[in-house]
Design a protein around this ligand. Structure first.
Ligand code: UT7
Length: 333
C-alpha cells in the first residue's frame, strides 16, 4: 500500500450571494476598499437555519460520490471548523448523524484557518498506520451568524464567508502519488492577535447581559490586521520552503500552489517573494471570501473543475491562521 490520496472532493456553498455593495449598505465600507485591501468581490452567507455540519454533510455527499465510495466504507470522520454547530457535541458527530453513519469515530479539529491541513495530517497518520482504511475529512464554516456587521466590526466582517469542502482519503497503490509530507506549526503567544474571546469558559460567566445584547465586542472576532498579514506572508513562505526541501525539491518544482484564502494580497506577496508564477497559484477568495477551514478543499475543488489540477502534478498546500498556527503539505496529485 502506498501514500495517502485524496480520492474525491465535494463542496457546499450557500446560494445567497452577499456583494461588497450589500455590505456597504450595512456598515461604513466600500466595494473599492474591500477589493483593494483583500481582493474579495463577494461571499456567500446562509439565509436559513442551518449549521456548519449541514454544509459539511452536503459537501461530504458530493465527495463520496466523486470518490465512488459508499458511506459505509468510511471508518473515521474528521471535521475542521472554528464555527461548530454547538459548543458540544462536535460538529463531526452532528455531521455523522446527518449522513446516517453510525458507530465510526468522529471528532472536530478546532484549528481555524489551518484546520484542514491539521486534519489532513491526522487523517494521513491514521491511514498510514493502518488504523483506518478511509477517512472523511471536512472543513466547514458558518461565519455570517457570528460577525459584527456594524461599523465597529467592519475590518473583520467583510472578509469572511460561509461554505464547506470535503475530501475522502485513503491509501493508494505503491507509487509516488499521494501525500509526500505535511508540516505543522503553532505559536500560542500570538493568540490575542486574532481571536474570539467570548462566550468562553474563561471568566466569571460565559454570557452576561451585555454579550446577549450584542454590545460587548468580545463576542465578535478581533484581529490586528497588519500584524497578522505580515506573519501570514512570512510563515507561509517558510512552510512552503519546508515542504519542498523535506522532499528534495525546490519551489520551482511546484506545479500548483493552493494557499489558504485570507487575503489575495497575502497570496500575491508570497508568490512574489518566492518568485513563483502567479498563474500557478489557485485563488478563489474573490468569489467566496475567507471560509477558514474550508478554503483549501474549496480551492482544490475549483482547480479540479477548471482543469488546472491534473494527475502527476506536484501540489503544495499552505495555510496560516489564528493561534498563530501555520502548516503546509506537499502532494503528488
Ligand atoms: O485567515 C486568518 C488570517 N487572516 C489574515 O491573514 C488577514 C490579515 N490581514 C489583512 O488581510 C488586512 O490587514 C485587512 C484586510 C484585515 C486590513 O487591510 P489593511 O490594509 O491592513 O488595513 P488596516 O487595517 O490597516 O486599515 C486601514 C484603514 C483604517 O483607517 P485609518 O486608520 O487609516 O483611517 C481602517 O479603519 O482602513 C480602515 N478600514 C476600513 N475602511 C473601509 C478597516 N476596515 C475597513 C472597511 N472598510 N471594511
Amino acid at each position: 500500500m502506498g501514500k495517502t490520496r485524496i480520492r474525491g472532493i465535494g463542496r457546499c456553498i450557500p446560494s445567497n450571494v452577499v456583494t461588497n455593495d450589500d455590505l456597504s449598505g450595512r456598515m461604513d465600507t466600500t466595494d473599492e476598499w474591500i477589493q483593494q485591501r483583500s481582493g474579495i468581490q463577494q461571499r456567500h452567507h446562509i439565509d436559513s437555519d442551518c449549521g456548519a455540519a449541514d454544509l459539511g454533510a452536503e459537501a461530504a455527499r458530493e465527495a463520496l460520490e466523486r470518490a465512488k465510495t459508499r458511506l459505509e466504507e468510511i471508518d473515521c470522520i474528521v471535521f475542521a471548523t472554528l464555527s461548530p454547530d454547538y459548543d458540544m457535541p462536535s460538529s463531526a458527530c452532528v455531521l455523522q448523524s446527518r449522513l446516517g453513519l453510525t458507530g465510526v469515530p468522529a471528532f472536530d479539529v478546532r484549528n481555524q484557518c489551518t484546520g484542514f491541513l491539521y486534519g489532513l495530517t491526522v487523517a494521513d497518520s491514521f491511514l498510514q498506520s493502518g488504523r483506518y482504511g478511509k477517512v472523511l475529512l471536512v472543513g466547514g464554516e458558518i461565519h455570517s451568524t457570528g460577525l459584527d456587521f456594524t461599523d465597529r466590526g467592519r475590518q473583520v466582517a467583510v472578509l469572511f464567508g460561509d461554505g464547506a469542502g470535503a475530501a475522502v482519503l485513503e491509501r493508494g497503490p505503491s507509487d509516488d502519488r499521494g501525500i509526500l509530507s505535511t508540516h505543522l506549526h503553532s505559536e500560542g503567544s500570538f493568540a490575542e492577535k486574532l481571536w474570539l474571546e467570548a462566550a468562553a469558559s474563561r471568566g466569571e460567566t460565559r454570557l452576561d447581559e451585555e454579550m446577549i445584547a450584542g454590545e460587548d465586542p468580545k463576542i465578535f472576532p478581533k484581529m490586528q490586521g497588519r500584524y497578522v498579514f505580515k506573519h501570514a506572508v512570512t510563515r507561509s513562505i517558510e512552510a512552503i520552503r519546508e515542504a519542498v526541501e523535506a522532499n528534495g525539491y525546490s519551489v520551482d518544482d511546484i506545479d500548483l500552489l493552493v494557499p489558504h484564502q485570507a487575503n489575495l494580497r497575502i497570496n500575491q506577496a508570497v508568490a512574489m517573494t518566492l518568485e513563483f508564477p502567479e498563474e500557478k497559484v489557485v485563488n478563489n477568495i474573490q468569489g467566496l471570501g475567507n471560509t477558514t477551514a474550508a478554503t483549501i478543499p474549496l480551492a482544490l475543488y475549483d482547480a479540479l473543475e477548471d482543469g488546472r489540477l491534473t494527475e502527476g502534478q506536484l501540489v503544495c498546500l499552505v495555510a496560516f491562521g489564528a493561534g498563530f498556527t501555520w502548516a503546509s503539505a506537499l502532494l503528488r496529485w
